[in-house]
Design a protein around this ligand. Structure first.
Ligand SMILES: Nc1nc2c(c(=O)[nH]1)N[C@H]1C(S)=C(S)[C@@H](COP(=O)(O)OP(=O)(O)OC[C@H]3O[C@@H](n4cnc5c(N)ncnc54)[C@H](O)[C@@H]3O)O[C@H]1N2
Ligand code: MOO
Length: 394
């Protein structure tokens, strides 16, 4: 028996990796640089939105009672007493029988409680005729979206474009975010070649490095690119030593059963192993350990396995969030092995999901053509028409 756990579940693998990551300090970051970062604290609104009760349309503001029976045949005739523009409010009060011109986002004056849009008006300069009743529902109340003091954004949320916009709307020029994790990425294998160089038979372009750098950037990590290392323990160690300042070493390849699987032997012989092998398909041979004081997660070399294990284990550990899933009807059969959760590449069509067909771990097109992972827990089979859990990848 090896002196470390083997065949851990996906959840155990996530938890063990998360436990190896350092706690990240908060930093205050200008909002314009914060896209993609993770909020470190809840954000409460500093102001209300809208900041005043305002019009949702271009038209006139008046009292609803004055136009309750207005129609094209019997228009309501009201006296124009002014206008309210966004940024230049009407300071007076709208009395019975009066209206003001008003524009979208402009403050509603006192006395008025309804809006009639320009399409339903005749305007002769001094008076307006409303051809249909002015509507109170076209008034946006102060604080209708959020009120000052309401907690609107939450710690742990990733700042997507809409959340960055929302943080600005709440009134924050800077936001507290988690300082990014620094992740060093290294591909291994004598056969791995950088694109742009000639490829001899038996060699393969280093697709894992590019996929993993992109996946890390997507989760807001700071990436240290280490390129690739040959199947040689001394050279592998030398490359990993270049990862100065990294919080995590992320490698691909060299973790399975072969004699040249040096990432595994490096951890077993020179480090500490938290686990080797996960009850997952694809990606079973993944390994986690510590080498010279740094956590090292070894992804399998097969390109689909590397990216799937990143999505289902590494990304949740880095972000602290389990993958979000949807439930869809299966349009083909799916099954897993008794002791492995399967992540099938699936195609989503018309609200259901079908098997992509080619499920080989070396066929990257299965992920790029079918960026949906159908999750089949250990020992389960799914029939056409059953509901399945699906992770939608970007
Ligand atoms: N006897 C057994 N053999 C294998 C087992 C097993 O249980 N028993 N597991 C298989 C599984 S599952 C996987 S996944 C692979 C994982 O192997 P390694 O992590 O050791 O990866 P390598 O052997 O180094 O490479 C596998 C495959 O991927 C290609 N590769 C590697 N790096 C890259 C890269 N950066 N870019 C593109 N492609 C890459 C490599 O050329 C190989 O074709 O082991 C099975 N074997
Ligand atoms: O998982 Mo390996 O990941 O089946 O090729």
């Amino acid at each position: 028996m090896p002196p470390f756990p083997m065949f851990v579940s996906v959840e155990e693998a996530r938890a063990k990796l998360a436990a190896r990551l350092p706690v990240r300090p908060d930093v205050l970051m200008p909002l314009r640089a914060a896209y993609g970062r993770t909020l470190a604290r809840d954000l409460a609104a500093l102001v209300s939105h809208p900041s005043a009760t305002e019009s949702a349309l271009d038209g006139v503001a008046c009292r609803a009672d004055d136009s309750a029976h207005a129609s094209a045949d019997t228009p309501a005739r009201l006296k124009l007493v002014g206008e309210s523009r966004a940024g230049a409010a009407f300071e007076g009060r709208v009395e019975a029988g009066e209206a003001i011109r008003i524009y979208t986002g402009a403050p509603l004056p006192e006395g008025a409680d309804a809006i009639c849009p320009v399409e339903k008006l005749r305007d002769d300069g001094a008076f307006v005729e409303l051809l249909s009743p002015a509507s109170p529902s076209d008034v946006r109340r102060e604080g209708h979206d959020f009120k000052a003091g309401d907690v609107i954004l939450r710690a742990g949320q990733r700042l997507s474009p809409s959340r960055v916009a929302l943080a600005a709307a709440l009134g924050y020029p800077q936001v507290p975010v988690l300082s990014p994790l620094r992740v060093a990425v290294l591909s291994t294998g004598d056969e791995v070649v950088e694109p742009g160089r000639p490829l001899a038979p038996g060699q393969v372009y280093n697709s894992n490095l590019f996929g993993l750098v992109g996946a890390l950037q997507e989760v807001g990590a700071e990436v240290i690119e280490l390129g690739s290392a040959p199947d040689d323990t001394a050279k592998l160690s030398a490359r990993l030593e270049d990862a100065g300042g990294a919080d995590l070493l992320l490698t691909s390849g060299g973790v399975s059963m072969g004699r040249y699987d040096f990432v595994r032997t490096l951890l077993v012989e020179e480090g500490e192993v938290d686990f080797w092998k996960v009850r997952v398909r694809p990606g079973g041979p993944a390994i986690l350990g510590v080498w010279r004081g740094l956590p090292l997660f070894g992804l399998p070399g097969n390109p689909v396995s590397a990216l799937v294990v990143f999505e289902v284990i590494v990304k949740p550990a880095l972000t602290g969030r389990a993958p979000s899933t949807v439930r869809l009807r299966a349009a083909s059969k799916f099954k897993s092995l008794p002791d492995k959760t399967a992540f099938w590449r699936g195609v989503v069509e018309e609200g259901s999901v079908r098997d992509y067909g080619e499920q080989g771990s070396g066929v990257l097109r299965s992920l790029s053509d079918a960026p949906a992972l159908v999750v089949i827990p250990e020992g389960q089979a799914v029939d056409v028409g059953d509901e399945v859990e699906v992770m939608l990848l970007s």
